[in-house]
Design a protein around this ligand. Structure first.
Ligand code: GSH
Length: 232
């Protein structure tokens, strides 16, 4: 099975980590932002990553791919069957894919993708606004809901942990992390989830790639996430 894209995209990272937690071997082929080939374009008609191929089956969108993998390889189950746990798992996935990605995307695109990859003008104010105003309320919320078990749902690894950890991993690659003083539980949870083999290998390669490309453009005036908007 082939996943088209780059794990710098949290959507791609989510699919790769989900497959790894299931013990699947998913081959990652570079695609997106001008790269790819006929299979990627057939899988992803709007050229968004991830695309996916399993024999003659082609599809895109991380949630669609994960739905396919969960149905085809039900064990270990990563989307709970119990109705409330299942709904909460999808809530966390949606939180990651929508609100976290809106905040994280503005930061990552303007500190790394535009200046270092595309080499076009970036919008540092959009990045700083997202870091100051959009990310802290999400991190505050997560700080309040992470159970002592260290897993978001059913006291075991599920799609919920994988989905929320994925954008945090990408942001961590450019030095944007939760503040351990304000978000001790979230910070410890993220460190534990991202140390799992399903994340750790790709993460190290992504960090090396970002460094090799010059690292993120430093924030001009950005506060640490969660220190009340004060400069660190
Ligand atoms: N809802 C989609 C979102 C996919 C998406 O927006 N991917 C971004 C990368 S994070 C992308 O391919 N951007 C490149 C582009 O728009 O050309 C999913 O869950 O897979």
């Amino acid at each position: 099975m082939i996943v088209f894209g780059s794990t710098l995209s949290p959507y791609v990272r989510k699919v790769m980590a989900f497959g790894a937690e299931k013990g699947l071997s998913l081959e990652l082929q570079p695609a997106g932002m001008g790269r790819g080939g006929p299979d990627f374009e057939a899988a992803s008609p709007f050229r968004k990553m991830p695309g996916f191929k399993d024999d003659d089956f082609l599809i895109s969108d991380s949630s669609a791919i994960i739905t396919y993998l969960e149905a085809k390889f039900p064990e270990p189950n990563l989307i709970p069957a119990e109705p409330r746990a299942r709904a909460r798992t999808i809530w966390y996935e949606e939180l990651a894919d929508t609100l976290m990605m809106a905040a994280g995307g503005a930061i990552f695109v303007n500190r790394f993708i535009r200046p270092r990859v595309l080499k076009v003008e970036a919008d540092p104010v959009a990045a700083e606004t997202a870091q100051r105003d959009l990310l802290p309320p999400i991190f505050d919320y997560l700080e309040g809901v992470i159970p002592v078990s260290g897993f978001l749902v059913e006291d075991r690894i599920t799609l919920a942990d994988i989905a929320i950890a994925s954008p945090m991993a990408t942001l961590g690659c450019i030095g944007v992390e939760s503040c351990p003083e304000r978000h001790p539980r979230l910070t410890a949870w993220a460190a534990t989830i991202l140390a799992r083999p399903s994340f750790a290998g790709a993460l190290q390669k992504d960090q090396e790639l970002i460094s090799a490309m010059g690292g993120p453009v430093p924030a001009q005036d950005a506060p640490r996430v969660g220190n009340g908007g004060k400069k660190s």
